[in-house]
Design a protein around this ligand. Structure first.
Ligand code: GAL
Length: 422
C-alpha cells in the first residue's frame, strides 16, 4: 500500500490522544511529543529530554503509544495528521521522514540548524536521513546498532561457551544449551523482532554487499539467491531455539529473560542495553555484549530522530525550536544516550562515561564507515519506505511461524517485493 493510501486508511483507526497546550503559561514554549519510548531504559532516556526541556522554561506534554518498533505510534500519527491535529514533535525515522516532508506537513528547522551549526556536528550519514531536499526537517537523537547479541554469562558458562562468532558456532552453542534444558534465545514473536533477527542473519551469512543488494536495492537475483535460501535455513534453525511462549512477547520482556537467567541470549539492538542498565546490571559482569556473527565487523544502523510537525501558535513554534536546539546539545547527547543504550548522534561528545559496549559500537561504526560495511536497518525503517519493508517483514514472519520451506520463502519474498514495488 502506498504512503498516501496508508494515510487515508488510518482515518478509520483514529485513536486521537489528548493534545493541545492546556495549562501552559501564556507564551511558554510548549511541545507535545508523540513517541513509543515506554520501556524502563527508554523512559529514563526520554525523561532526560523532558527534564532538559522544562529546565529551559518549556512545558512538556507526553503522548506515549506503547509498542516496540513504533508501528502503533505511526498509526496514531497518521490519524492525528488526518484529523488536522498533529503533535508538535514526533519520533520518526529513515524514509518515513522524507515521506512526511513530501506531504508538506513538517516544519523546516534550517534556522535552528544554522544557529547551532548542525552541518558541522551531524555526521553526513545522518544528515542524509534528516534532510529533505537540502533542508533540515528532523533532529537526530542517537545512533543505535541493531546487530548485537546480549548474553547471560552464567548460562553460557554452564556449557563452557562464549558468545558465538559464526552462525555455525551459534547453532552448536544453542544445541548444547538446549541439551541442558536452557532456552538459547529470548525472543518476542512480533514481526519487527523477527525482522531484527533476519537482517542480522542476512548480514552474517551474505556480508555487507549482499545485505545492500537484497535489503536496500531489492535486487531480484539477490532476493532469489542461494545465499537467501541459507538465510532462511538459519532462521528455521533459530525458530527451534526460542521458548514455547515467544509469540507476541514485547522485546523488553525478552531482555528480562536474559537478565533473570531464563534464556542465554537475545538478538536485539542496543536499546536492550538500556534495559540492563535501568535494572542496575553491569556490562562485562552481569551481561555480555558482542556483535552478531558477521563478516568484517559490519554495523547495521538505526537512528531515532524527532520531527516537528507544522502547528499554529507562538508557544508551540517556540517549543519546537527550543526542543530542536536542546536535542543536539553535547551534554544532553551524553545523558540521553547513556540511558538509551545508543551512542550520540554527534561524534564529538566525550565518551568517558560510556561503557565497553558503547565504545565497541563507536569503534565498529568508524571501521564500518571506512570499510564500507555500514548498512541501514531494514527492520527499523532506515533502509526502505514502510510499504517495501512491510512486504519483506510479512514473508519473514510467515516463514518463522510455519513450516514453510526456505525455497518457498525465497519465492514469496521476491514476489512480495515485486508487488510492493509496482
Ligand atoms: C526501535 C527504536 C528504538 C527502540 C526500539 C524498541 O525501532 O529505534 O529507539 O525504541 O525500537 O522500541
Amino acid at each position: 500500500m502506498g504512503f498516501k493510501r496508508t494515510l487515508l486508511a488510518a482515518g478509520a483507526a483514529v485513536g486521537i490522544l489528548a493534545g493541545g497546550a492546556t495549562g501552559a503559561l501564556a507564551g511558554q514554549p510548549t511541545v507535545e511529543v508523540l513517541h513509543w519510548w515506554t520501556s524502563g531504559g527508554e523512559a529514563k532516556a526520554l525523561k532526560a529530554l523532558k527534564d532538559d526541556f522544562t529546565a529551559h522554561g518549556g512545558k512538556w506534554i507526553d503522548s506515549p503509544v506503547a509498542g516496540g518498533g513504533g508501528s502503533a505510534a505511526m498509526t496514531v500519527l497518521r490519524a492525528r495528521v488526518l484529523a488536522g491535529d498533529p503533535p508538535t514533535a514526533v519520533q520518526l525515522k529513515g524514509p518515513a521522514i522524507q515521506e512526511w516532508a513530501a506531504q508538506g506537513v513538517v516544519a523546516n528547522l534550517d534556522d535552528v540548524a544554522k544557529k547551532e551549526g548542525w552541518d558541522k556536528v551531524i555526521p553526513p550519514m545522518l544528515q542524509k536521513i534528516v534532510k529533505y531536499k537540502g533542508d533540515y526537517v528532523a533532529v537526530p537523537v542517537n545512533i543505535h546498532r541493531v546487530n548485537w547479541i546480549w548474553a547471560n554469562p552464567k548460562l553460557l558458562a554452564e556449557v563452557g561457551a562464549k558468545i558465538p562468532t559464526t552462525w555455525a558456532e551459534f547453532n552448536t552453542v544453542a544445541d548444547k544449551l538446549k541439551a541442558k534444558g536452557i532456552t538459547p534465545l529470548a525472543h518476542g514473536g512480533q514481526p519487527w523482532q523477527d525482522a531484527t533477527i533476519f537482517e542480522t542473519v542476512v548480514m552474517g551469512i551474505g556480508g555487507a554487499d549482499f545485505y545492500r543488494k537484497a535489503l536496500v536495492e531489492l535486487d531480484d537475483n539477490a532476493l532469489k539467491s542461494d545465499t537467501m535460501i541459507k538465510v532462511f535455513d538459519q532462521m528455521r534453525k533459530i525458530r527451534g531455539d526460542v521458548d514455547a511462549d515467544f509469540s507476541g512477547r514485547e522485546w523488553n520482556l525478552a531482555t528480562n529473560m536474559v537478565m533473570n537467567g531464563k534464556a542465554a541470549m537475545q538478538i536485539m539492538g542496543d536499546w536492550a542495553k538500556g534495559e540492563f542498565l535501568a535494572a542496575g546490571k553491569v556490562p562485562g559482569k552481569d551481561f555480555l555484549c558482542a556483535p552478531t556473527p558477521t563478516k568484517g565487523g559490519a554495523f547495521i544502523l538505526n537512528s531515532d530522530s524527532l520531527v516537528m510537525f507544522k502547528v499554529k501558535g507562538k508557544d508551540k513554534i517556540e517549543g519546537q525550536k527550543l526542543l530542536a536546539k536542546l536535542i543536539l546539545g553535547k551534554k544532553f547527547q551524553e545523558t540521553f544516550n547513556l540511558y538509551k543504550g545508543s551512542i550520540p548522534a554527534r561524534l564529538d561528545v566525550p565518551m568517558g562515561k560510556f561503557d565497553s559496549c558503547a565504545l565497541k559500537s563507536l569503534a565498529d561504526l568508524k571501521s564500518a564507515m571506512k570499510n564500507n560495511t555500514l548498512v541501514p536497518s531494514m527492520a527499523h525503517g532506515i533502509a526502505l519506505p514502510g510499504n517495501l519493508s512491510g512486504a519483506i517483514i510479512d514473508v519473514v514472519t510467515a516463514h518463522f511461524n510455519s513450516n514453510m520451506s526456505s525455497k518457498e520463502a525465497v519465492k514469496r519474498l521476491a514476489e512480495a517485493v515485486d508487488l510492493a514495488k509496482s
